[in-house]
Design a binder for this molecule. Structure first.
Ligand code: GH3
Ligand code: MG
Length: 288
């Protein structure tokens, strides 16, 4: 994603400050979007997934601290770098912001050069963090992190007998999407499907990019029935969605739950997925 312009969300209820910030940020190559209050900010985060947020503290509806708290307590979004914009001389605000997980703060009124330097630093730090943990195209967890979580869930299963489930997702005839509409359009489809996975999973679930056009979701404390419901609702959401440039696509799902220590969950889910493909695609198949 850093091949593209870094995405910056500016959140402030003052139009004036928004415009000033937009002008300052336009000195460098950023994509900038505005939100005028906390609720709008959260909505924009879901839809647009910024890399960095310039977040005002005092706002109507939901204040900056609450926005920051929500994002930082949700690991699907907590990698987003948050710079708080605090009123001058408010040590309390700064402390509260940092305690809640804000990455940095800049006091108002701000010095444009310093603000830009802070933004540059944020974008740089964020990229390092991102590359280690997340897939750069979809910003789902990468395979390495997924494997680590899978090992942990297996250990919890052995020790406490906590069951968990796994969903494997493979887009149908995706090669044709690339061939027909181009690789870039294909990338956008992957990003959009990744957004569905983020939005429709619980906070404790772990959606990841498995590789290529395959994705996976690890579902702690979830039985086969629960996993099946999620997979089916995702299948329907993908089927119904109109993807810009591409139109309609479908995906196949393999679902498996932990039963005994011996079973290789990934292999089991993969076999179920393969059966879904054989049965004509656009299917959820639960391993039995
Ligand atoms: P099936 O329904 O059997 O899954 O057919 P398929 O075409 O989806 O499967 P196949 O394995 O033949 O092709 C997968 C395609 O996914 C080919 C590859 O170019 C594409 N792909 C993998 N990773 C990416 C990516 O990051 N971006 C884009 N645009 N395409 C990708
Ligand atoms: Mg495929």
């Amino acid at each position: 994603m850093m091949k593209n312009k870094p995405k910056i969300l500016v959140v402030d209820d003052s139009k004036n400050i928004c415009n000033v910030l937009r002008r300052i940020l336009s000195k460098e190559e950023y994509a900038v979007t505005m939100a005028e209050d906390g609720e709008a900010a959260i909505q924009k985060v879901f839809e647009w997934l910024p890399d960095l947020i310039l977040l005002d503290l005092m706002m109507p509806k939901m204040d900056g601290l609450e926005v920051c708290r929500r994002l930082k307590s949700n690991y699907k979004y907590n990698f987003i770098y948050v710079i708080m914009l605090t009123a001058k001389n408010s040590a309390e605000d700064e402390v509260a912001g940092l305690d809640i997980g804000a990455d940095d703060y800049v006091a108002k009124p701000f010095n444009p050069t310093i603000l830009l330097a802070r933004v540059r630093r944020g974008v740089r730090l964020m990229k390092e963090k991102l590359d280690a943990t997340f897939d750069s195209l979809t910003r789902l967890y990468n395979r390495r992190v997924f494997d680590a979580f899978l090992q942990q869930e297996k250990a919890k299963f052995r020790r406490y007998n906590h069951s968990f489930s796994l969903i494997l997702i493979d887009l149908d005839h995706f090669k044709k999407v690339n061939d027909t509409f181009g690789h870039k359009a294909g990338d956008m489809v992957l990003q959009e499907v990744a957004r569905f996975l983020r939005e429709d999973t619980r906070d404790a679930d772990l959606p990841a990019r498995w590789g290529g056009e395959e994705m996976a979701i690890l579902l702690p404390e979830t039985d086969m029935k629960g996993a099946n419901i999620l997979a089916e609702s995702l299948r329907q959401r993908i089927e119904r969605h109109h993807f810009p440039q591409v139109g309609h696509i479908t995906a196949s799902f393999g679902v498996a739950s932990m039963r005994d220590d011996e079973s290789d969950l990934v292999e089991t889910a993969d076999r179920a997925l393969y059966r879904g493909k054989q049965m004509g695609r656009n299917k959820v198949v639960v391993a039995t």
